[in-house]
Design a protein around this ligand. Structure first.
Ligand code: ADP
Ligand code: ZN
Ligand code: ZN
Length: 738
């Protein structure tokens, strides 16, 4: 009797291991046959782990008699298709990350647990009954109920509980009362909004630059091509995205729009909804696990045609993918900074290549990497040099504050300009990229300073919260009443954060209402949107905030922007510091004067003659970028070379750097051509969160050389004994040297 043909399941296990494992099919073989892209539960070491089937094969390199069967097959149909598997595994290889962890990290969190109950279709919500619909107009005495009923009446499908809460705050009481009257009833709301035949707002007529951009990308539909859409803030990039989406979606394809942070761009969502009659889902970290899985499944099933998402949405399965857009491509939040350290921007390009579709990287301040790719011809550069609708560009002035008398950190000239604008009824925006009251508290008697016990860093004073806080590790303590060292009572804050600036501005402008927008002032849900809305409508004359203010918002009434304390960007330890500073300046400047009022941007500095600052001020970002790129070329820094950073940390003061010394020894043994290994050196913040940290940098002119080296090297590093007291990781194409 012929033996059964051998069936081998090649499985990537959700564990930090670089290899994949072979298993036999489950003993209980009822149900569907196993296929790639399905999850399995497998025996692994002494425990059970999740795994993803990569391949169903007929042979194995192992002894088949020693293979174990999988415990169970978890999915009736594959979660990931062949293209999705190939893409995620490519990313895992490129970033030298465990394939199973990469795959499971790309799934919604609920699917990373073996026992999540299946999702019910739709989200729980409420809709009006016919009686309710008839009665709405007559509801006058219960205002909250009337509000709820009117909102529900305005939607024909009802609204999810989450949506009701977002719009109205807590309305459980009103809903209960309405339900008791028989006016509302619970229902389930479809995850993808119904569409078809909805009236769509018309857009403005495109200017010639926008039209050229739309035509170039449209001509590339159906094949791979990467574009840089370089347009000053307010030049109509979003309008270009919308036109491209309209055309692509009409052709029945799916599109992916990646943005840095959705919470910061409520206007974008609204604009897309107004302009596109298409089933759209959003994917970001503020969603509940259920909402996230539902949105993910809608995209994977092809029901949602547009996915608007942050970083991790780059992995969402899209069977009919036809276009990828990456907005604000320079933004650091596209880089995952722990675990699987991928760049969603870079992966978007790879994914477009694999899916044979165009990808558009848009920014007013493109990263030097992307500009370099445009110069070398790898990316096609599309420019939008003018603001849309005839709006005038802001004027950038540097203000030398050396030897100036400062009040609240503001020079006399800036104060005078602020007064003038406010008196004319215009808005003023001040940018200070440091939250809290003061970056350090000190004892005037003995010189004690507030240091974090776990980091080489100072504790920030948060006065309203009456606490000292470490912004690096989160360590915190109550504000001391007296100096911990000498018991002296004269404790003084040094320096200034947004909380202090706010208090000082109240004194300087007692009759002007103002709003502070930073992470501390917007912790309450809905608060950010409320403040941004009021700011946009011109209701708040004086705005101050951190980089939260620099992202994507339009404040048409702002005619003056003051930028305080960015000098450290000119001399930062990280070679990318000037690039980040210039991007920040231009992005903040872009908030001003977006309507027909020209805006002025005042940059206070103690280095008015710095060459990078001069080129930025006189010739704008493109000239700055050209100067900065030339400096990088001369120093053989990225994008003219390629880097990988090995980080190690340990509780023991020496262990991390000792481990990296041995890793450096292994690098010598690999002896790769064209690869230099530098270090180990202490990390810029040597101690953080109670751990000692060190770095080892590998650098090469050629990416393939670096990749070949890393593969060989990591095999040896993983085999090093005694590394268990050391945590280490590899960061390919690191964006920050922290
Ligand atoms: P960006 O994304 O580059 O910041 P937007 O697409 O948001 O620019 O456009 C900025 C403003 O100009 C928006 O209010 C938009 O409606 C308007 N706008 C865009 N394109 C045009 C155009 N061709 N004519 C008139 N107004 C336009
Ligand atoms: Zn003291
Ligand atoms: Zn700390």
């Amino acid at each position: 009797m012929p033996a059964d043909p051998l069936i081998i399941l090649r499985v990537a296990v959700d564990a930090p291991v670089p290899t994949v494992f072979d298993y036999l099919p489950a003993i209980d073989r009822t149900g569907n046959p196993p296929a790639p892209g399905m999850r399995v539960l497998v025996p692994f070491g002494r425990s059970r782990r999740l795994g993803m089937i990569l391949e169903v094969a007929a042979r194995t390199e192992q002894d088949p008699d020693r293979l174990k069967p999988v415990d169970s097959l978890l999915d009736p149909t594959p979660l990931l298709g062949a293209a999705d598997l190939a893409f995620i595994l490519w990313a895992a290889r490129y970033y030298h990350h465990a394939p199973g962890e990469a795959l499971f990290g790309a799934l919604p969190a609920r699917l990373r647990r073996p026992s999540s109950p299946p999702l019910e279709s739709g989200t729980p919500g409420w809709c009006l009954t016919p009686e309710g619909r008839a009665g709405v107009a007559g509801l006058t005495r219960a205002p909250k109920q009337a509000l709820v009923a009117r909102l529900l009446a305005a939607s024909d499908t009802g609204l999810s509980s989450a949506e009701l809460k977002r719009r109205l705050g807590d309305c459980q009481g009103a809903l209960r009362a309405l339900a008791a009257r028989g006016w509302v009833e619970p229902c389930r709301i479809a995850s993808v909004p119904r569409t078809g035949g909805r009236a769509v707002a018309a857009g403005p007529e495109l200017d010639p630059h926008q039209r050229r951009a739309v035509d170039s990308v449209r001509d590339a539909f159906g094949g791979f091509r990467a574009f840089l859409l370089e347009g000053v803030t307010g030049s109509g990039k979003t309008e270009v995205y919308i036109r491209l989406l309209q055309r692509l979606l009409a052709a029945g394809r799916q599109a992916l729009l990646l943005v840095p942070e959705i919470g910061l761009t409520p206007q974008l969502l609204q604009r897309l909804t107004e302009r596109l009659d298409t089933p759209m889902v959003t994917l970001h970290s503020a969603l509940s696990a259920g909402e996230r899985e539902r949105a993910w499944r809608c995209a994977a099933a092809g029901e949602a045609t547009l996915v608007l998402g942050t970083r991790s949405a780059v992995f969402v399965p899209l069977p009919r993918l036809g276009l990828i857009l990456v907005d604000e491509e320079h933004d650091l939040s596209f880089k995952q900074q722990d675990g699987f350290r991928y760049s969603a921007r870079d992966l978007a390009v790879r994914r477009a290549q694999q899916a044979r579709c165009p990808v558009v990287l848009g920014s007013a301040t493109p990263s030097l990497e992307t500009l370099h790719n445009a110069h070398s011809g790898r990316y096609t550069r599309l420019e939008l040099p003018r603001r849309a609708g005839g709006a005038l560009p802001p004027e950038l002035l540097t203000l030398d504050i050396r030897a100036q008398p400062l009040r609240a950190g503001l020079s006399p000239v800036l104060l005078r300009l602020m007064r003038e604008e406010l008196e004319q009824g215009n808005q003023v925006l001040l940018f200070l990229n440091r939250r809290g009251f003061a970056p350090v508290l000190t004892c005037h008697t003995c010189g004690w300073v507030s240091e974090c016990p776990r980091c080489d860093a100072r504790l920030t004073l948060h006065l309203a919260a009456e606490r000292l806080w470490c912004h690096h590790c989160g360590w915190t303590r109550a504000l001391p009443g007296a100096c911990p060292d000498c018991k002296g009572l004269d404790l003084r804050p040094l320096g200034r954060g947004t909380e202090r600036l706010e208090a000082e501005l109240w004194d300087l402008f007692p009759d002007t209402s103002l709003a502070r927008i930073d992470r501390d002032s917007t912790r309450r849900k809905g608060e950010l949107e409320r403040l941004l809305g009021a700011a946009r409508r011109g209701e708040i004359p004086l705005l101050l905030g951190t980089q939260m203010l620099a992202k994507g918002h339009h404040f048409p009434g702002v005619t003056l922007v003051g930028i305080l304390e960015l000098d450290q960007g000119l001399y930062g330890a990280d070679f990318r510091a000037p690039e980040r500073m210039a991007q920040l300046v231009v992005q903040v400047a872009g908030r001003a004067g977006r309507a027909r009022r020209p805006g002025r941007v005042v940059l206070q500095t103690r280095h008015p003659d710095h060459p990078l600052l001069l080129s930025l001020q006189r010739q704008g970002y493109p000239a700055f970028a050209a100067t900065a790129l030339e400096e990088r070329r001369q120093a053989a820094l990225p994008p003219f070379s390629h880097q990988a950073l090995m980080r190690a940390e340990s509780r023991d003061a020496q262990a991390a750097s000792k481990f990296l010394e041995r890793a450096a020894g292994e690098a010598t043994a690999v002896a790769a051509k064209g690869v230099a290994v530098l270090g180990p050196i202490p990390a810029p913040m040597e101690r953080r969160g109670g751990r000692h940290r060190a770095h080892l940098l590998a650098q090469s002119d050629l990416r393939p050389d670096l990749q070949a080296f890393l593969t060989a090297w990591l095999t040896r590093v993983r085999a090093l004994k005694g590394g268990s007291r050391v945590r280490w990781s590899l960061d390919t194409d690191p964006q920050e040297m922290l």
